[in-house]
Write a protein that binds this ligand. Structure first.
Ligand code: NOJ
Length: 723
């Protein structure tokens, strides 16, 4: 086949080559006449936002039967958390800390989307996010590079399956490389400025993990780092991605982003924009039309050579080949939809249950049996579409169960009264009286607050990540009634609600859980499912704390309550409302007996660290155990905690089990002063616990001892003595 591709390249005109590098948008099921003639003339290699067997079949037929070279088209869509069956948003799913689950939902989404003619998904989104003002935190796996890396490999495995040529697989796109999550003040599309170290240690590891897992494509970020837009970043896209990591797949631009190099201020016209992007390594121009309009002039002006065009075309053709499109251009489409066996819905419900994080609980949950009347109050009580969250592909609000529906079904003998009280973002408070009326007669109030599906995701930045509209007024009116109140927060980000945390009997982060949201929430509230989600991000108590994350570096003046001149705020505590990893359960897990197989480690060796976990609670449940390290004396100050592994354990009441982590000396390597990897001798603190709350962790330590002779020819440099 390689020969066929090379022969194709040799036969192509410049226009046809640029066509392969051009991705245009069709609109949903339909497509315009322009797109059709562009296909016929070989001016388009791929399409986005076109799905459904009929239209895909027809457009593919044009490419195969009515073009000179019969090169099949590639169809791409943002299948981020499901196609038609919608799973929890990525931030929610990250809270499950569960790679097999992440893989399973991606696999199910791929199987469903590929039947609709989709071959390429613009997922997983892997941007490290430490700023809840940024709306795209909803699409991300959260604040931690290790968690993000595990998420990345699981999603790539899930989407791509065993082989890209399997018609149930999708080519995955790790997006958006270049520290998109570091936009200034959380404002969408804004410039970012960060150190090379931060890029290397925080923002790139998940992309490296995706590349190592064989991801087919990578998308560049809309944004720039210190004045260099990702789409023109040679160091990032060529030196790091292609040379250092050996990535051989396709690099895709974000929507219109090649042309946006002009307003970015680094290109004078489309020819310069096209030349910059192609030189940096962008193979496919998504909706910028900059390659079509700019590359011929760029070539004529000598800004870029034809060999760069050819290399990009070859990568695109190779992807089409790997997908099996030259043999089966209608891949996926011939498969009949399976009879609705409910398996997708079961998985969606399971994923949703596992994504819920129980933030506080004074004992009101699980709901006691025998409740006679509950009031389900708030604008999210009966909001089907909102449950799907942002980027819900072709999901339908009509497929989603609302919280009220879920509770009605779960509590058949209980009267379930429902009242919105206020709208999600409006200021009209007239409905609050009705909400209070039903709350007054209820045994318990379930208060359903939060955002709608448009308030996060792309272009969903909010300067005040709090409850929008008049929801606080509603909530306080309900809380003033003195009833037990269970507050559910539906959102694409942590919302700052310290007053609610203080006053409600229980608070749960229910994010956007997808189409089975209502059932999953009811399962957790009544105790049919024991909550096991853990926060993948630190949850702030005040907007002024943002960005907030657990892996802070030490300061020379750590906080001391009695000493003013230490690191703190005068008006709010420095600690988050809830730390990374926080999440309660109906079980009570106790960790004890932390031990390691050795107290010393040399390069190339490994250690095992074990901890016992006992379920001292009344019900079976699942605990997530987090394993952190801290290097207290190093050539570059290391974070106070760094997550190195996590594991889950299921235990019956009274049962004790052991969680074991195996670490190689690689885990202690970090970027030294020159950013080259170093393994330094000395003590490393090892911590195990349930969250990043330092005070709650079990601690032991190990010494890194390096045998100099064995390292002489190793690429990792070594300091023999800590300074
Ligand atoms: C813009 C978004 O940034 C990107 O994530 C998405 O894949 C494209 N639009 C296509 O929808």
């Amino acid at each position: 086949m390689a020969k066929v591709i090379e022969a194709l390249l040799a036969a192509m005109t410049l226009e046809e080559k640029i066509g392969q590098l051009t991705m245009a948008e069709g609109s949903g099921h339909g497509t315009t006449r322009d797109v059709q003639s562009a296909i016929r003339e070989g001016r388009l290699g791929s399409l986005l936002n076109v799905h459904g067997s009929e239209i895909v079949r027809e457009l593919q037929r044009l490419a195969i039967e009515e073009t000179r070279l019969e090169i099949p088209l590639l169809f791409g869509l943002d299948v981020l958390h499901g196609h038609r069956t919608i799973f929890p948003i990525p931030l929610a799913e990250a809270a499950a800390f569960d790679p097999p689950l992440w893989e399973a939902t991606a696999r199910a989404a791929a199987a469903e989307a590929s039947r609709d003619g989709i071959m390429l998904t613009f997922a997983p989104m892997l941007d490290l996010a430490r700023d809840p003002r940024w709306g795209r935190i909803a699409e991300s796996p959260g604040e931690d590079p290790l968690l993000g890396s595990r998420f990345a490999s699981a999603k790539v495995r899930g989407f791509q399956g065993r082989s890209l040529s399997d018609p149930t697989s999708l080519a995955a796109t790790a997006k958006h490389i270049g520290a998109y999550g570091a936009v200034t003040a959380g404002r969408e599309y804004a410039s970012g400025d960060l150190s090379e170290r931060t890029l290397l240690e925080l923002h790139l590891p998940a992309f490296k993990a995706a590349a190592d897992a064989g991801v087919a494509a990578i998308m560049a970020a809309f944004t720039d780092i210190a004045g260099v837009p990702a789409h023109a970043n040679v160091t990032l896209l060529r030196k790091t991605l292609r040379c250092a990591w050996g990535f051989e797949g396709v690099v895709i631009s974000d929507y219109g982003a090649v042309a946006e190099l002009v307003p970015h201020g680094v290109a004078a016209d489309l020819a310069e924009a096209a030349a910059l992007a192609l030189t940096a390594g962008i193979d496919i121009d998504m909706m910028g039309d900059a390659y079509r309009r700019g590359l011929p002039a760029a070539l004529a002006r000598g800004l870029v050579g034809l060999e760069a065009v050819d290399a990009a075309v070859m990568r695109v053709l190779r992807l089409k080949e790997r997908l099996g499109l030259f043999d089966e251009p209608y891949r996926g489409l011939s498969r009949d939809a399976p009879a609705d066996d409910g398996l997708g819905r079961d998985l969606a419900r399971e994923a949703a249950r596992r994504s819920i994080v129980l933030l506080t609980n004074d004992g009101v949950l699980p709901l006691p049996p025998g409740l006679r009347r509950i009031a389900v109050v708030g604008p999210l009580a009966d909001a089907a579409r909102a449950m799907l969250g942002p980027w819900a592909a072709i999901g339908e609000g009509t497929d989603a169960t609302t919280i009220a529906d879920g509770l009605r079904l779960a509590l058949p003998d209980c009267v379930v009264d429902v009242s919105a009280g206020v709208s999600i973002a409006g200021s009209d408070t007239h409905g609050i009286a009705d909400a209070c009326r039903i709350a007054e007669t209820a045994d318990i109030v379930v208060l359903c607050l939060g955002e709608d599906e448009t308030m996060s995701g792309e272009a969903g930045s909010r300067a005040h990540p709090e409850l929008p509209g008049a929801q606080r007024i509603l909530a306080e009116a309900i809380l003033d009634l003195g009833k037990p109140v269970v507050a559910l927060i539906a959102s694409g980000r942590p919302l700052i609600v310290p007053w609610l945390v203080e006053r409600a009997s229980a608070v749960l982060a229910t994010w956007f859980l997808g189409q089975e949201a209502g059932h999953a929430i009811a399962d957790v509230l009544i105790g049919a499912a024991n909550p096991s989600g853990r926060l993948p991000v630190s949850w702030p108590r005040d907007v002024g704390q943002i960005p907030i994350f657990y892996a802070e570096r030490p300061t020379g003046r750590p906080e001391i309550a009695a000493n003013r001149f230490t690191s703190k705020y005068l008006d709010v505590p420095a600690t988050p409302q809830f730390p990374f990893g926080h999440g309660l359960s109906y079980s009570r897990f106790v960790l004890s007996g932390l031990r390691s197989t050795t107290t010393e480690i040399r390069r190339g060796q490994h250690i095992e660290i074990a901890v016992d976990v006992t379920n001292e609670g009344p019900v079976a449940g699942e605990e997530t155990v987090l394993f952190f390290i801290h290097d207290p004396v190093a050539s570059v100050a290391r974070p106070l905690l760094e997550l190195k592994d996590f594991a889950k354990i299921r235990l019956r009441p009274g049962e004790r089990g052991t969680v074991t982590f195996t670490l190689t000396s690689e885990a202690f390597i970090f970027a030294g002063r020159s950013l080259a990897p170093v393994l330094e001798v000395g003590e490393i603190e090892l911590f195990v616990g349930k969250s990043a709350d330092r005070g709650s962790l079990l601690r032991t330590s190990i010494r890194v001892i390096v045998a100099q002779d064995r390292l002489a020819d190793q690429p990792v440099s070594v300091r023999s003595d800590p300074v």
